[in-house]
Write a protein that binds this ligand. Structure first.
Ligand SMILES: [Zn+2]
Length: 69
């Protein structure tokens, strides 16, 4: 089951979330703070990456399949 790297809450298929390409980690929308503009992403006040490293995946763009990992 895919889960948030930070709070370990499950992120089921077709769920809006954040994905960091570098280490293929996923974060729920409650954990990551998105600062509009560039945009920049923060986890608990700590800088995690910019839009080159982290993508905001909309629920309709989430093609994750249960059991694929
Ligand atoms: Zn989380």
């Amino acid at each position: 089951m895919r889960k948030c790297e930070h709070c370990e809450k499950p992120i089921p298929p077709e769920t809006e979330h954040y994905h960091r390409q570098e280490d293929d980690e996923h974060y729920c929308i409650e954990c990551l703070e998105e600062v509009p503009g560039d945009p920049l992403f923060f986890l608990g006040g700590e800088y995690l990456g910019d839009s080159d490293q982290i993508s905001h995946v909309e629920s309709y763009d989430d093609d994750y399949e249960e059991g694929a990992e």
